[in-house]
Design a binder for this molecule. Structure first.
Ligand code: GDP
Ligand code: MG
Length: 452
């Protein structure tokens, strides 16, 4: 079974085109990945069919940034089709919240979902988000009146963001919600968040109660909160809630855990409602507007291949990007000197941990020997060593091979041990070797990444 996009790509090794005959293994990988990510099997099946139809027979040319024509391998293409299709199914992005006309009273948001799904926590998170992003003044309503602890939990959250709570233990939740409309006006609050009760499973009594709250308060937004950890079951729950209450969107919580979030795709498919936000932790700031591409890769088990490209783009300024592109083109033709080496290390150190990065780079085979670890102090030493080289040495690195005199001079100039200088030269040779190997492979997918 494939582990990540690398393996999936490799299913097409040596193939010029995606065909009915050579696509099967890759499709099996994708199907497996989706099932492991908790995607409903019917939806996985439908997805596979879709990808197959799109992929077969396609030969694509994409333009690299420097306007060079680069041919994408069938494996690259397959990965991209899977990703794009899934991103499409998870989208379109709709993180909107419907706000009422302020003259007609406050906006109302109602949170519904099973017990433990994260309603109360998300109520607090969303209130904070609305204060910070929209300059709103929220009122929180504890409509989970059956469990005193639930109201206490809401009060504690509210205190941390300094917003009022309306709740009455043991009271009729419909009444409590109705009272809140008036209280919001008295307290000059322009948005009300109703934290409702949940059950361990969907039941009629709960649904009736929620329906009554809806009739009484007419919320502009009903958000279903679903726990990513409950996997496949989330789909049925979402369907039941949506059939009864006609929700406006859902919020998937606990995506910071192991769950790969396939349930989100199933919920989206079954209800047709957008994913509005995702919960990525227990803290009040751990709420994000939903963006499909990250989740698409997570579901496919591709790791962060697209995120990697993003990071390259974010790391490089325009000017740097242009220079890096030129360098990349040169390096792809097999040239690689000490200036390149230093630039590469610098780029890499800006982007995060080296080992994390190498893990994502197919042509390093998922890892680099430990002795090429780079942190800022290490980078400083390497910089000093390279600066102590003559220009000739920098551009003709072979001048340094087995040249103790030069090594000694560089060590002195940079204030390092000779061993350290030799180590850097060795690392350089190793990286150059990899660059040349990669260049011989003809690039493919990675030609598009500036700097590599
Ligand atoms: P409710 O019963 O639906 O109101 O659920 P709660 O808001 O009380 O949340 C249940 C548990 O899940 C609590 O321990 C929360 O801290 C936790 N929780 C909620 N959202 C998230 C999340 O996005 N990530 C993680 N790791 N925990 C969460
Ligand atoms: Mg609760």
């Amino acid at each position: 079974v494939a582990k990540g996009f690398r393996d999936v790509r490799n299913r097409f090794e040596g193939k010029r085109e995606i065909t009915e005959e050579n696509i099967d293994d890759a499709l099996k990988d994708i199907r497996m990945a989706m099932l492991e990510a908790d995607v409903n099997f019917r939806i996985a099946k439908k997805f596979i069919k879709q990808v197959k139809e799109k992929a077969i027979g396609e030969v694509v040319k994409v333009k690299a940034k420097a306007n060079e024509k680069v041919e994408v391998t069938p494996g690259d293409h397959f990965v991209k089709i899977c990703h794009d299709e899934l991103e499409g199914l998870l989208g379109p992005v709709d993180t909107s919240i419907v706000f009422s006309n302020p003259r007609l009273g406050p906006t109302k948001i109602m949170m519904v979902g099973l017990q433990g799904s994260g309603k109360t926590t998300t109520t607090g998170k969303l209130a904070k988000y609305l204060m910070e992003r929209e300059g709103k003044r929220p009122l929180l309503v504890g409509a989970d009146v059956y469990r005193p602890a639930a109201i206490e939990q809401l009060r504690q959250l509210a205190e941390r963001i300094d917003v009022p709570v309306h709740a009455r233990e043991g009271a009729d939740p419909v009444e409590v919600c109705k009272e809140a409309l008036k209280i919001a006006e008295d307290k000059d609050r322009d948005i009300i968040l109703f934290d409702t009760a949940g059950r361990l499973a969907v039941d009629d009594v709960l649904m009736e109660e929620l329906e009554q709250i809806i009739d009484t308060t007419k919320p502009e937004n009903i958000f279903l909160v679903a726990d990513a950890m409950i996997g496949q079951d989330a789909v049925n729950t979402a369907k039941e809630f949506n059939d009864r209450l006609e929700v406006d969107g859902f919020i998937m919580t606990k995506l910071d855990g192991d769950a790969r979030g396939g349930a989100a795709l199933s919920i989206k498919e079954v209800t047709g409602k957008p994913i509005k936000f995702i919960g990525v932790g227990e803290k009040l700031d751990d709420l994000e507007e939903f963006r499909p591409e990250g989740l698409a890769n997570r579901i496919l088990g591709f790791g962060d291949v697209m995120g990697l490209m993003d990071r390259f783009e974010r790391t490089l300024s325009d000017e740097e990007a242009q220079r890096a592109e030129k360098d990349a083109m040169r390096m792809l033709s097999g040239e690689f000197d000490f200036n390149d080496f230093y630039n590469q290390l610098e780029q890499i150190s800006k982007m995060g941990s080296m080992s994390e990065l190498m893990e994502m780079m197919p042509f390093f085979g998922g890892g680099l020997p430990d002795d090429v670890a780079v942190d800022d102090s290490e980078l400083g030493k390497i910089r000093a060593i390279i600066q102590s080289m003559t220009d000739k040495e920098k551009t003709n690195p072979d001048l340094l091979t087995k040249q103790p005199n030069r090594v000694r001079r560089i060590a002195k100039g940079s204030g390092s041990e000779q061993e350290k200088v030799e180590q850097v030269i060795q690392q350089f040779n190793m990286m150059r070797g990899m660059m040349q190997q990669f260049s011989n492979m003809g690039g493919g997918f990675l030609n598009k990444i500036p700097g590599f």
